[in-house]
Write a protein that binds this ligand. Structure first.
Ligand code: TXA
Ligand code: MG
Length: 311
């Protein structure tokens, strides 16, 4: 246990905000049992009060105490994937107050695997409410530098934990109704989940509110478009001031070109830092070569689609 972690736990107990590493992205944590601390969290995030946050725990037993009912499917998934990049939506117990659930009767629970997140949760020995440590609507931070860029002095402490390994936010599955529903794809795929609990549905208009479901949520400021590889050349020759994110080798007509990995997990890990880089390049538009339309690319395509939604 480092003294930084002890200091972080102390800040949380005093109602402060601590940014900390998880295996997915950096989170901005507050004591999930403190209305005041969570109110400050929403204020700093500039997040509407009716958007629920994910509550983080050191282990499944602690997490499930915040659920009113724990269906068999939740136990199976927890056994298989916790600690890890998975969030379960369950009916809440009395511990999950309106100020963390956005007034809904469900709560989002997660047990992260990052060693520093684990140390912090154990030292704090409570529940930590933590959205991604960025302002509302921006891409999530995957390094401590990103957190500082976004939040400046609004986080009372930023715990260092290196670049995030997964790079995109946790998979969210809603188990609060009879049929499980995938609310947000992630490193753990729909197919992975189905291998443990059977058929999972896609979200519909009546699925619960979640800000990851808002259009253009993970968005750079520069207008971005996904284009199929065969159209990339034509788009480049038409456009000026373009930045490109592509699998292929740089084209000399383009000022800013980021070559992305062909492996979906490596791509995800690199994605948000890449979007920040191209966004900072001072270009007029971003062209993204579309990844294959296959199951293994589902999570990356989901984030790219949102990045390309014009608000
Ligand atoms: O990987 C992650 O999940 C990261 C790290 C920090 O753990 N956290 C994260 O939090 O992505 P945030 O707040 O940026 O996104 C949480 C998503 C939102 O779309 C939120 O609305 C949804 O989870 N969510 C939380 N509680 C929910 C609930 N009760 N019902 C439906 N959606 C919920
Ligand atoms: Mg977020």
């Amino acid at each position: 246990m480092t003294s930084e972690v002890r200091r972080a736990a102390h800040i949380l107990r005093a109602g402060g905000l601590v940014a900390f590493p998880t295996e997915t992205v950096y989170g901005l944590g507050a004591d999930a049992a403190s209305e005041k601390a969570v109110a400050r969290l929403y204020e700093v995030k500039r997040r509407p009060a009716d958007h629920p946050v994910i509550v983080h725990f050191a282990n499944a037993d602690l997490a499930f105490a915040w659920a009113h009912e724990v269906p068999e499917a939740a136990r199976k998934l927890a056994k298989r994937y916790w600690p890890g990049p998975l969030t379960l939506i369950l009916k809440r117990s009395a511990l999950a107050k309106d100020f963390v659930t956005g007034g809904q009767d469900t709560v989002g629970l997660r047990v992260p695997s990052h060693p520093i997140a684990q140390q912090l949760l154990k030292e704090f020995s409570g529940a930590i409410a933590a959205p991604s440590a960025n302002r509302f609507g921006m891409v999530s931070p995957t390094t401590p530098a990103h957190v500082r860029e976004d939040l400046g002095k609004d986080a009372d402490l930023v715990l260092e934990g290196g670049p995030s390994e997964v790079g995109i936010e946790s998979t969210i599955v809603d188990l609060s109704h009879a049929a499980p529903v995938l609310l947000r794809p992630g490193r753990i795929s729909k197919q992975d989940l189905e291998s443990v609990i059977g058929k999972i549905g896609e979200k519909t208009a009546s699925s619960p509110r979640h800000s990851g479901g808002l259009e253009r949520h993970y968005a750079p400021r520069t207008p971005a478009r996904m284009v199929p590889v065969h159209a990339l050349d034509k788009e480049i020759s038409k456009g000026k001031g373009v930045a490109v994110l592509a699998f292929s080798r740089p084209d000399e007509r383009v000022d800013f070109w980021l070559r992305m990995p062909r492996d979906p997990q490596a791509y995800a890990q690199r994605l948000y830092a890449a979007l920040r880089e191209v966004d900072g390049a001072g270009c007029e538009q971003i062209l993204v070569e579309a990844p294959p339309d296959t199951a293994e690319w589902a999570a990356v395509r989901d984030r790219l689609k949102r990045a390309c939604e014009q608000g």
